[in-house]
Each structure stands twice: as structure tokens, then as C-alpha cells.
Write a protein that binds this ligand. Structure first.
Ligand SMILES: [Zn+2]
Length: 279
């Protein structure tokens, strides 16, 4: 299986890759810039070359870039809208430079304009961002927990935006914590099957490219986005055993975004996943 973590790169790409190797990961997710936004540092040619070389050497694939949380693609405010799509455009280019297979983004919140308007704004922003894009990175829409006026918490909403994109090189990243918080039960085998059957019916499983593997601090349908250690939340070990071993999800990379202060936090969660999959 392809299994990785969201790793920091503030000590440089080289250290980040060596950490992944030490943890036994063969996939990873990074921010290509500060998650709090601001102007992005220019990526140096040499560090990019070295990063790509190390990922190749240690078989780290896919590399995933997560876009900063600050942008709101669902906004109707013209300035924020432009800021959001310009950042997607820039991060798609940065992700491509880094050799990343995917760029993951959250859609944002409609802030009172209504879900349909919010989704239309997301599609409009993404079509502006992707116009003329010729890189190899694929854009992935991540499901949200549906808190406040957030859009993108249901398969219908994700599918609606995918359908409105002018280029078809886009897919879905399913976050287990967000899905559970939005009301998709994942706590046992039958419920897991039902959730992915629904995803298949509404979007198509072939568009599911990545799974953010996180347990949930809060119960089903809470709409609260708080990640817990694998097996330590309301999805629980039974749920994750069913998700991780689900035959229909084989070949899809799993990326952990569990709470981590230090490497031993990653070690503990990776160990749980490996125990549940028998690897
Ligand atoms: Zn996530």
C-alpha cells in the first residue's frame, strides 16, 4: 500500500524526505509555502532537483501538495476571489515543479450567499486558475466537515463542482474525519461500504485519488473538523480496519494528518495502520 504523512518542510526538503524514509513512508504531503499564506518563497532549482531525486531514489510516490487554508474559493467578494484563484494557479505551478502528482484544496465558505452560489464561485475560480495549465499535477477537491457555511461536505456538492470544471484532469481527496463529521458513517464494515458505494454512485470511484486518513474527535455528523489518532476517535479501529482493507480502495494512497508534535506521534499512528492492514 501507499502510505504517508503530511510532513513539515520548514527544515528543508532534504530533511523532510529523510524523515519519511526513517518512518517507512512511500508517499507524502507537504505545503509548498507557508500554510498561513503570504507571498511564496521562490523554489530554488537545486533544492527542487535534489527533492525530486530523493523522492525517486526512496520511492516516495505520490508527492501531494496541500494548498494553504487561508484561501476561500467559495467567496463572492471579488478581491478574495481573485486572491484565491491566483493562489491555486501559483500552487499548481509549484506542485508541478516539485513533481507532485496532486494538489489538494478545500473549497471554503459561502458566508451567507448560499451553497449553490458558493459552489458556482468555486468552479469559476478553478476554471480561471486552470486555464491554459499544461503541467502534470492533478487538482483534487477535498471534502469538508460542513461547519458553518462551508461548501463541499457532500458527494453531490463535490460532483457538482467537478462537472463544471472545463478540464477533466481533476479528482477527489476523501478525508475520513471530515466525511464522518459531515455524516458519512465509517465506524464499521457495512457503513464503510455504504459510504463508498454512495461516492461511487454520485461521483465515481475512479475519481477518488487520495484518502486523508484521520480519526475524528467528535461523533458522527458533528460538522467539527478535529482530527484524532487512528483508532482513538469515533471512527475507531473497527472503522479503519474496514477502510484500509477495503478491496475497492486498494491502490489509492493513504495520507495521515493525525495530530503530531514529533516523529513518535507519526510512528504510533503508522504502527496502528500497519497493524490493521497486517503489513
Ligand atoms: Zn485532510
Amino acid at each position: 500500500m501507499r502510505l504517508g504523512i503530511h510532513t513539515k518542510i520548514n527544515e528543508g526538503f532534504e530533511k523532510a524526505v529523510l524523515r519519511l524514509v526513517k518512518l517507512g513512508c512511500n508517499a507524502c504531503q507537504i505545503f509548498s509555502r507557508s500554510p498561513r499564506g503570504g507571498k511564496a518563497r521562490v523554489l530554488g532549482e537545486e533544492e527542487v532537483r535534489r527533492f525530486r531525486e530523493l523522492c525517486g531514489k526512496h520511492d516516495i510516490n505520490p508527492v501531494v501538495v496541500h494548498i494553504p487554508y487561508v484561501l476561500n474559493l467559495a467567496t463572492s467578494d471579488p478581491k478574495m476571489h481573485e486572491y484565491a484563484w491566483a493562489m491555486v494557479k501559483e500552487d499548481m505551478a509549484r506542485a508541478d515543479t516539485l513533481g507532485a502528482s496532486f494538489l489538494v484544496l478545500h473549497m471554503g465558505s459561502h458566508r451567507g450567499e448560499g451553497t449553490d452560489k458558493g459552489l458556482a464561485q468555486v468552479a469559476k475560480a478553478l476554471n480561471s486558475a486552470l486555464e491554459g495549465y499544461e503541467g502534470d499535477t492533478m487538482l483534487l477537491l477535498e471534502n469538508t466537515s460542513g461547519s458553518g457555511t462551508e461548501v463541499g461536505s457532500t458527494f453531490e456538492q463535490l460532483g457538482q463542482v467537478l462537472n463544471e470544471l472545463k478540464i477533466r484532469r481533476a479528482g477527489i481527496c476523501f478525508d475520513t474525519c471530515h466525511g464522518f463529521a459531515a455524516g458519512y458513517d465509517l465506524s464499521e464494515g457495512e457503513k464503510v461500504d455504504a459510504t463508498f458505494n454512495e461516492l461511487d454512485r454520485i461521483i465515481g470511484l475512479s475519481d477518488l485519488k487520495l484518502i486523508h486518513t484521520n480519526d475524528s474527535v467528535f461523533p458522527l455528523g458533528s460538522t467539527k473538523d478535529r482530527h484524532a489518532d487512528i483508532g482513538n476517535g469515533y471512527i475507531g479501529e473497527r472503522g479503519f480496519k474496514a477502510i484500509l482493507n477495503n478491496p475497492r480502495l486498494q491502490g489509492i494512497p493513504f495520507i495521515l494528518e493525525t495530530p503530531a508534535e514529533q516523529d513518535e506521534d507519526w510512528e504510533r499512528n503508522l504502527k496502528t495502520v500497519r497493524r490493521l492492514t497486517g503489513e
